[in-house]
Design a protein around this ligand. Sequence first.
Ligand SMILES: [Zn+2]
Length: 139
Amino acid sequence: VVLHATVLPTLEKTTRRFLDPESRVSAHYTIGKDGSIVQCVSPLNRAWHAGESLDSEGRTHVNDFSIGIELVNLNDGIDPYPVAQIDVLTNMLIGFRAMGFSLRYIASHEAVAMPRGRKSDPKGFPWEALENLGMALIR
Ligand SMILES: [Zn+2]
């Protein structure tokens, strides 16, 4: 799983962008600040969220094998990730495992984006909220 921040301020604006083929970006899921979820791509299909990328296991083309989850957030390091949003994310991750997806890790987009420094999201994300899931966290 790769976590992102939308930079766009609302779930609606983000969804509209992902539904526009000309934007050439998409994520499997976007979670709004109130915990609302919009799914644009099946987790069984490839979404275009990570771009040029390399993971901690040395694999490139992270889009080919990852689920991209966008969190509505300005990515300025100040805009908060509300409890409702984090709770939905946590439940979603637990649900993926329950459905049989083998989640090797939860990575930030920043950690997989190439070249290094190309992306900074999700900036200010409270990683400690995911520490009890027993999944590797790659910030
Ligand atoms: Zn991103």
